[in-house]
Design a protein around this ligand. Structure first.
Ligand code: GRG
Length: 288
């Protein structure tokens, strides 16, 4: 199975699960339930959920136990995209090939939908009855994680003296932390040992960094049709990106080297980690 097929397979399970879990659009107040479903089912790849399930599988976990956790991670990810697109953040009007949530439902409902997804995500993760998973997720999205990265990102808009350390600081937090936490939560739920967990964390940080570097590159080289969002948005917002700091060619080689390093880190584990290595390869080869 190719990594793309593996991700599609897990997406199917996650989407079926979420469709049953999320309240129907007919429940009052209808607008918030419609808004949540509009965003959650707008065609995300479910890469983070697939990573969580893959790590769980590698360390012999339990699919039924990890599925709500993987689904919860996708709700956090969707929440971050909704808030990232708001006028007070990146002010984007296209996401996953559709108008952004605030364009359709208004800014107030978009903010509240993000907030609701946060609460729902923790409800789902708590179903595994393992407080370590809740702690990993909370830390990954807090001020030392995703939110910290987003703060540094918005504060760097328009600055001319952005350096290598600054852009790595942002990418490691706003994107890599949740990607690494997805793997970590899958592995911890499967009972991974602490020494192996360290390798999984490091692998996750590296592929998460590469994921955001590739995102920066696609924002320059892809098209609105393929990406489902407005390309050129980073340049328009004068954002801190790898191509801005290193140029396109060097950014591509850094992304490739980062993925090679990631694969080597898990290469010595006794378990069959081929699915994780394939997922690392997907990060480099993805087109959207
Ligand atoms: C949600 C805790 C929390 C905080 C909000 C707005 C914000 C703080 C953070 C923004 C972080 C962000 C949007 C980072 C970009 C990550 C990224 C590369 C997204 C694209 O991921 P894909 O390609 O998207 O997996 P799909 O659409 O496939 O799901």
């Amino acid at each position: 199975m190719t990594p793309k097929e593996y991700i599609a397979l897990q997406k199917n399970s996650v989407d079926t699960f979420l469709d049953e879990y999320l309240l129907p659009e007919t429940i009052k107040p209808e607008s918030i339930h419609k808004a949540i479903r509009y965003s959650v089912f707008s065609g995300g790849k479910r890469f983070r959920a697939a990573l969580c399930i893959a790590a769980n599988e590698v360390f012999n976990g339990n699919f039924d136990k990890v599925l709500p956790v993987a689904a919860g991670i996708e709700l956090i990810h969707t929440y971050s995209l909704i808030h990232d697109d708001l006028p007070c953040m990146d002010n984007d009007d296209l996401r996953r090939g559709k108008p952004t949530l605030h364009k359709v439902f208004g800014e107030n409902i978009a903010v509240l939908a993000g907030d609701a997804l946060n609460a729902l995500a923790f409800d789902l993760v708590s179903r595994a009855e393992d407080t370590r998973l809740i702690q990993i997720l909370a830390k990954a999205i807090g001020t030392e994680g995703m939110i910290g990265g987003q703060v540094a990102d918005v504060e760097s808009n328009g600055l001319t003296d952005i350096g290598e350390d600054d852009v790595k600081f942002i990418h490691m937090r706003k994107t890599a932390k949740l990607i690494s936490a997805s793997l970590e939560m899958g592995a911890v739920s499967a009972g991974i040992s602490p020494d192996k967990l360290e390798r999984i964390q490091e692998f996750g940080s590296l592929i998460g960094l590469a994921f955001q570097i590739v995102d920066d590159i696609l924002d320059i080289e892809s098209s609105n049709e393929i990406l489902g969002k407005n390309v050129g948005s980073d340049e328009e917002n004068d954002k801190a990106t790898y191509p801005k700091v290193y140029g396109l060619d060097k950014s591509k080689s850094i992304a490739t080297e980062t993925v090679v390093k990631a694969k080597n880190i898990i290469g010595f584990l006794e378990e069959d980690t081929s699915i994780l290595k394939d997922m690392a390869g997907f990060v480099i080869n993805r087109v959207n």
